[in-house]
Design a protein around this ligand. Structure first.
Ligand code: FE2
Length: 240
C-alpha cells in the first residue's frame, strides 16, 4: 500500500468513525427511535444475514432455487459482507440496520454505507414478504384495502402495475402512511421508511431477482409473485 492510499484509508476510517458517532448520538437523542418503522424483528444486526424463512426450492416455479442460490447466496450476502467491512470496529456495529439507514440516508458522503445497509434490510424484508403458503388479507388489513383500493384484486393489480413500471432497478411496496394504504416504488436501494412510510410488503425488481427464470418478462414475474407468493400474514403484522 502506498503512503497516499494509506492516507486515503485512514481518512475513510476516520469518516466512518464520525458516522458511527453520529448514529450513536441520533439514537441517544431519540431521532432514530422516532422513525415510524416498527416492523418485525428481522435483520436487526448489520453483521448477520438472517436465514431464508423457507427452503430454496419452496417458491418454484415462480422463483427457482437457482435464482435464490445467487440472489440470497451472492447478492444479499455481498451487501452484508461489504457492510460488515464498513462498520467494523465502529459504534455502528452495535446499531440496527434501520438506525444506520436513517443516519446515512440522503448524505452523499455516506452513500456506500446507506446502499449496503438498505439493500441488506430490503432483502431481509423481501424474503419475509414471500411465502409458499396460500394466504389472504383478513381483519383490519382487509378493511383498509377495501377502503383505499376497493378490493384485494384492485390492490394486487395496482401493486403489479407500479412495481413493473419501476424504471431500472428497484422495489415495489405496499406501505401505510398515516394509516392510509399506498402502493409506491423506490429506485435502487431506497427505502420508504426514510420518507415516513411504513412498509407492509415488498417485491424486488432488480434484474437479479427474476432474470434467470423469466429473462425480460418482468411483468409476468411480478404478476406471479403478487398473485401467488405474497405473505399477507406478514403484511397484517406490519400494519397492526
Ligand atoms: Fe435483490
Amino acid at each position: 500500500m502506498t503512503d497516499r492510499s494509506m492516507d486515503a484509508a485512514d481518512e475513510q476510517r476516520r469518516n466512518f468513525l464520525k458516522v458511527g458517532a453520529a448514529v450513536g448520538a441520533a439514537a441517544v437523542s431519540g431521532v432514530a427511535k422516532a422513525a415510524p418503522l416498527q416492523t418485525s424483528d428481522i435483520g436487526k444486526s448489520p453483521l448477520k444475514q438472517p436465514p431464508l424463512p423457507w427452503a430454496e426450492n419452496a417458491l418454484e416455479p415462480v422463483i427457482s432455487a437457482r435464482t435464490l442460490e445467487f440472489h440470497y447466496g451472492k447478492h444479499h450476502a455481498g451487501y452484508f459482507n461489504t457492510l460488515a467491512g464498513l462498520v467494523k470496529d465502529t459504534p455502528m456495529a452495535d446499531q440496527t440496520l434501520e438506525e444506520i439507514i436513517l443516519a446515512s440516508a440522503g448524505d452523499p458522503a455516506k452513500k456506500a454505507l446507506f446502499n449496503n445497509a438498505a439493500q441488506a434490510w430490503n432483502h431481509n424484508f423481501y424474503w419475509t414478504s414471500l411465502t409458499p403458503d396460500k394466504t389472504a388479507p383478513e381483519g383490519p388489513l382487509l378493511n383498509a384495502i377495501q377502503r383505499d383500493f376497493g378490493s384485494v384484486d384492485a390492490l394486487k393489480a395496482e401493486l403489479a402495475k407500479v412495481t413493473t413500471a419501476q424504471f431500472g432497478s428497484g422495489w415495489g411496496w405496499l406501505v401505510s402512511e398515516g394509516g392510509t394504504l399506498k402502493v409506491v416504488s423506490t429506485s435502487n436501494a431506497e427505502v420508504p421508511f426514510t420518507n415516513g412510510q411504513k412498509p407492509l410488503l415488498t417485491v424486488d425488481v432488480w434484474e437479479h431477482a427474476y432474470y434467470l427464470d423469466w429473462q425480460n418478462r418482468r411483468p409476468d414475474h411480478v404478476k406471479a409473485v403478487v398473485n401467488d407468493h405474497l405473505d399477507w400474514r406478514f403484511a397484517a403484522k406490519n400494519f397492526a
